[in-house]
Design a protein around this ligand. Structure first.
Ligand code: TXE
Length: 502
């Protein structure tokens, strides 16, 4: 399997039909290590021909893979999970070099990914259909769930393996084949999985990776009529383009897009837990997560005490080498993203934001990497850009609220609807929040809790479709109804009537 030592300064080709394939385009794109700010390997800049070549392979393999018995498919996926566990350290190192995630966070995450493949392996042979009573003797009506065909997977740079796996598990378990277009900033781990897929005994062509830019490689993937479904994780703006392209050939979409999630603290919240939850909500992974709790609403009775505690915690966060055990926050994964954060904070300042902590890049010893300080702002109105738009960096905005009614209106005052958190000891209040806030996941006295057994996915402009759980097995399958007439008589009056009406 690819390892950091073997890919350093190398050109990585596409992984198609079970082997490395040089791109027909003959073009390459450098990929950067955000901690050093230096390029460290190149990926193929695939053109339409390269994408079509991968889809050809996936379409051919589709006919075979859907016929492999679900129990056998499950067995192969279980082996893939085991191989991921066996190679956890190498995969973790790849991700850390590619996007600056903390090494210890990646080690934990990859352990969970292995379990996740095991879960979907187990689900492969459990997607039962139903038998349906109908108004006719000796006719059996039943449903089966079958594979969709070729699924296109487009992933972003913030959690590349994680966001690949939440589609890959259910898509393969249901008998689909895939063509993956990882982010041009972080393609190594998706390519590395190619070799593990082969080692797991999964046939060539079931898993394919074409790398390249979104506007060319990604666009070509979403336009191909042989793609039955696109699973896209990324920005809302790109998600809209993907959905338009998919509509042209009636492909389904699963869109996991941006967020501007509210994390809301009532006066009666368990104080320390709420402080921890709010800090982790916005600063985990340097705020580069779709579920970041970037709007922090605090009830007026505890506002100043809570803000003091939060500011002290933000100030204590240790930035540094993502590989070091003591580091609590690594660099921003993508250089343009660093500029975006700086620009949005500057605009917020011009709109009157008070900076409680951070608000700039750190100096001296971290200057070579793409770092931004953990930042807390306050004093902004609800319509400020930074309150309404996703920063995708370590920037939280603290805002006061009076009562439950006002809070729910503020929490819902956003075009996004991915997640929301509430901290209170009042059960009725928590349940009202869960009922009235428009978000795909609600967290009560916790934040960021996620499990591959529980469906996750946004509302509103955060997208549609679900990851995780049996819900995601349904997401990558279609229902077929079958009616079998086993009567020995000529069609009765009922059937004739129905036939005439069709
Ligand atoms: O995302 P894009 P980017 C948000 C976040 C960030 C912003 C931009 O706010 O600042 O998006 O990040 C591919 N057709 N999120 O530019 O452009 C692209 O190559 C088909 C939130 O990285 O959405 C990459 O593989 N594909 C998000 C993927 O889409 C296209 C995570 C995501 O890229 C394409 C990431 C096109 N026309 C960013 N254009 C989250 N909420 O998790 C691009 N791509």
């Amino acid at each position: 399997m690819l390892k950091i030592e073997t890919i350093q300064d190398q050109r990585l080709s596409n992984w198609v039909d079970g082997a490395w394939r040089e791109p027909a385009s003959k073009r390459w794109i450098p990929s950067f290590n955000p901690f050093t700010g230096q390029p460290w390997y190149s990926i193929a800049d695939s053109d339409t021909q390269d994408v079509q070549f991968a889809i050809d392979a996936a379409a051919r393999a589709s006919a075979l893979w859907r016929e492999v018995h679900a129990i056998e498919r499950g067995g192969m996926l279980r082996r893939l999970g085991q191989l991921i566990a066996d190679n956890a350290e190498a995969l973790a190192q790849l991700e850390v070099h590619d996007n600056g995630k903390l090494l210890r966070e990646m080690r934990a995450q990859i352990g969970v990914l292995a379990e996740q493949f095991d879960y979907f392996a187990g689900a492969a042979d459990k997607m039962e259909g139903s038998t349906i009573p109908i108004n006719r003797r000796d006719v059996l009506a039943y449903t089966v769930r079958e594979a969709l065909g070729v699924v296109g997977i487009i992933t972003p740079w913030n959690s590349p393996l994680y966001q690949l796996s939440w589609t890959l598990g259910p898509a393969l378990a249901m008998g689909n084949t895939v063509v993956v277009k990882p982010s041009e900033h972080t393609s190594a781990s998706a390519l590395a999985i190619g070799e593990l897929v082969a080692q797991a005994g999964i046939p060539a062509g079931v898993y394919n990776v074409v790398t390249g830019l979104g506007a060319t490689t990604g666009d070509a993937l979403t336009r191909d009529p042989r793609i039955a479904k696109i699973a896209f994780t990324g920005s809302t703006a790109t998600g809209r383009k993907v959905a338009h392209n998919a509509a042209d050939h009636f492909a389904q979409c699963n869109l996991e897009l941006g967020g501007k999630s509210p994390n809301c603290v009532f006066d009666d919240a368990p104080f320390e837990r709420a402080v921890n939850g709010v800090v982790a909500g916005i600063f985990a992974a340097g705020g580069q997560t779709c579920v970041a709790g970037s709007r922090i609403y605090v009830q007026k009775g505890i506002l100043s005490r809570f803000v003091d505690a939060l500011t002290a915690r933000a100030a204590a966060i240790r930035l540094g080498d993502p590989r070091a055990e003591e580091t609590q926050m690594g660099p921003v994964a993508v250089h343009d993203q660093l500029h975006k954060i700086g620009r949005m904070v500057k605009a917020a300042r011009q709109q009157g934001a008070q900076v409680l902590h951070g608000g700039k890049q750190p100096g001296a010893e971290l200057a070579q990497g793409w770092f931004y300080e953990p930042t807390l702002l306050t004093g902004l109105s609800q319509d400020a850009e930074i309150v309404q738009e996703e920063v995708f960096g370590p920037v939280g905005v603290v805002m006061p609220f009076e009562d439950e009614g006002e809070l729910i209106a503020l929490a819902n005052d956003t075009r996004y609807g991915l997640t929301a958190g509430v901290w209170t000891q009042d059960l009725d209040r928590a349940m009202q929040f869960a009922k009235r806030v428009e978000a795909g996941t609600i967290w009560v006295n916790t934040y960021r809790a996620a499990s591959f057994t529980t469906p996750m996915g946004g509302f509103k402009e955060s997208g549609y479709g679900k990851h995780y759980g049996l819900e995601s097995m349904r997401e990558y399958s279609r229902v077929k109804s079958v009616m079998v007439d086993y009567s020995r008589t000529t069609p009765d009056a009922f059937v004739m009537r129905v036939r005439e009406s069709i």
